[in-house]
Design a protein around this ligand. Structure first.
Ligand SMILES: [Zn+2]
Length: 330
């Protein structure tokens, strides 16, 4: 895995604070990194783990000691990374937490301590959370836990209050565009992707890789046709979209939300430069007569509710049909 601080985009304040606490030996044993998707929280957690495990005398991680080498080869016996598992619905189950706990209670093998990173920690089921809580309350042995989440509010209060909470924000658009250009993405494209990705490097890359613009155009087409939507269209659209993976569906609703915010901006100032989708300005402006303020706001409420519901296990088909019917009436 990557462990160098230099390769992390942004978050200077958070990183400086964490490293200072580590250098002073005051880093709490449990941390909760929270913030939007794709801004680099997991990268910071990994670099922090390396900083803790490294044996280098100066700037850590040194990249050359045996601890760093083992991390770079993904073979460090005292470093754990837990991710949600499962096909349709991903979760972190209690068995996984228990196996980790049994390991952590033994003496570390290579380093002076262990580090456990739990990615997408909000995907722990309640049993797993309660089990983890016991370890956070009474850690046995030298260990640091870093929980990473985009949805802190859906985690147990007791877990949140046991951790030092570190918030990560979106990345500035210009910084993001620059980083994308460094990856060899043409500049005009990089600028557009960064404007579309809400400050998330991960999202920008996903858009670039798997045709996110098609999803956006589909959401725009939906808005354009909403006025003539009939029950038959609801069933057809839901059937077609049901097949999409959950993340793709979330992305579609993310776009719909951004397009609606653009409509809101245009309602107030037709010449505004604050649009997400500057290239769609004319198409969106043409929609304005059929989207009075109250309707845009009602639709935004529906989209927000959808984003929340998509995070939990529900029948996607019913969810989509419910959304489209309500959208017709909004
Ligand atoms: Zn090192």
């Amino acid at each position: 895995m990557e462990i160098a601080w230099e390769n992390i985009l942004g978050h200077e304040q958070q990183i400086t604070r964490l490293r200072k606490l580590r250098a002073e030996g005051r880093l709490p044993h449990a941390m909760l990194f929270h913030g939007p998707d794709g801004v680099g929280k997991l990268r910071v957690a990994r670099a922090m783990a390396a900083e803790l495990l490294c044996e280098g005398a100066d700037a850590r991680p040194c990249g050359t000691c045996r601890q760093c080498r083992a991390l770079l080869q993904d073979s460090h016996p005292d470093y754990y990374e837990i991710h949600p598992e499962g096909k349709a619905v991903k979760t972190i189950k209690i068995d996984v937490i228990r196996a980790m706990q049994a390991n952590v209670e033994r003496a570390p093998l290579l380093a002076a301590q262990r580090v456990v990173v739990i990615d997408d920690a909000e995907m722990m089921n309640e049993a797993a959370e309660n089990s983890l809580l016991k370890t956070l309350e009474e850690p046995k042995g030298a260990v640091h836990f870093i929980l990473v989440t985009r949805a802190r509010s859906s985690m147990l209060d007791t877990i949140r209050s046991r951790c030092m909470n570190v918030g990560f924000g979106s990345l500035p658009e210009a910084e993001l565009a620059h980083a994308l250009a460094l990856r060899g993405i043409p500049e005009a494209m990089a600028a557009e992707l960064s404007a579309l990705s809400d400050g998330s490097f991960g999202r920008a890359l996903r858009l670039y890789d798997d045709g996110g613009l098609t999803m956006r155009d589909d959401a725009a087409a939906f808005l354009a046709h909403l006025g003539t939507f009939r029950p038959q269209d609801v069933f057809e659209k839901s059937a077609a979209m049901e097949k999409l993976p959950r993340e793709k569906l979330s992305e579609w609703f993310l776009y719909l939300g951004m397009l609606l915010r653009d409509l809101l901006v245009l309602t107030e100032d037709g010449a505004s430069l604050l649009l997400y989708h500057k290239d769609l300005r004319d198409r969106l402006a043409a929609l304005l007569p059929s989207f009075p303020l109250a309707r845009i706001e009602a639709l935004l409420v529906l989209v927000r509710a959808m984003n929340r519901r998509l995070l939990v296990n529900v029948n996607q088909r019913l969810l989509l049909e419910g959304f489209f019917f309500r959208a017709m009436e909004a």
